[in-house]
Design a binder for this molecule. Structure first.
Ligand code: SAH
Length: 253
């Protein structure tokens, strides 16, 4: 299925969010990853200017958000819900890793609507909310500091959804700038540079052909690593030629 269509079938449900700023951050996290359907279950304060501020360019998602009184209403019409929980609960669904769990979520999304369900900032998800979900996922974190900010947790999951929907290779925004491509220097051009370098180093006394040591192979190794372009060889040879003029070895005229 078309990745964008698949992503459009994922609802992000925030249960009882306390801070409007986090609602805005979640909207922004979603939109950057191509998700668009935000559901808010009994938000403490919404709409709110702080939510708009944190959403920046994703205010449209806030305007289209569905506000419900219960999680059950937010899940109406969906076929699969995944709880986001920082810890395993008694009798709750077995906890999975984000990547494999998102694989399952998207397999379900091929068939219909699905949901990612996030909890309140202080309390997390209630047991009742968890029991509305068929799967659960924990973002692996530092065991000594495991709780992410709500907006950050939404970002991580939305990123995984995008990666999976695009089979690991989502297109990157190039913003109309194409990478600079220059022709590589040919064998003869590079050899010409080495000969020129050797001549100048001999002229200045830096290199003694009677006692060459490892200088020339080391320089070949250095330039070999850098995959010289034709322009770069010309610049380096220009520098060498200018040195030769100063030291009286340059071509006259
Ligand atoms: N103190 C709460 C955490 C609340 S953070 C608790 O211990 O449950 C708000 C929400 O962000 C959580 O309910 C969960 O949906 C999500 N979240 C935060 N950290 C997470 C993690 N490591 N893995 C999965 N979800 C996480």
């Amino acid at each position: 299925m078309n990745p964008e269509l698949l992503l459009s079938r994922i609802r992000v449900v925030l249960c009882r969010p306390s801070h409007p700023g986090n609602i805005g951050a979640a909207a922004r996290a979603m939109k950057t990853m191509g998700l668009s359907r935000l559901y808010l279950v009994a938000p403490k304060q919404f709409p709110d200017p702080e939510a708009d501020t944190r959403a920046t360019g994703a205010v449209d998602l806030l305007q289209q958000a569905t506000v419900t009184g219960t999680l059950s209403e937010a899940l109406a019409g969906s076929r699969f819900a995944m709880a986001l929980s920082a810890r395993q609960r008694d009798l709750g669904p077995e906890i999975g890793q984000p990547r494999e769990s998102v694989g399952r979520l998207l397999a379900e999304a091929e068939q219909g609507e699905v949901a990612l369900v996030f909890g309140n900032e202080t309390m997390g998800l209630s047991n009742e909310e968890i029991f509305h979900c068929q799967a659960a996922v924990t973002i692996p974190t530092n065991p000594d500091f495991s709780s992410l900010n709500l907006g950050a947790a939404v970002q991580v999951l939305c990123y995984e959804c995008r990666m999976t929907a695009f089979s690991g290779k989502p297109p990157v925004a190039s913003q109309g700038v194409t990478a600079f491509v220059a022709p590589a220097a040919s064998h003869e051009e590079v050899e010409g540079l080495y000969a020129h370098l050797e001549a100048v180093m001999t002229e200045t006394g830096f290199f003694n052909p009677e006692q060459p040591g490892r200088l020339l192979p080391k320089l070949r190794r250095l330039f070999g690593r850098s995959r010289l372009e034709r322009d770069e060889v010309n610049i380096l040879r220009g520098i060498l030629a200018s040195t030769q003029i100063k030291t009286g070895h340059g071509r006259k005229g």
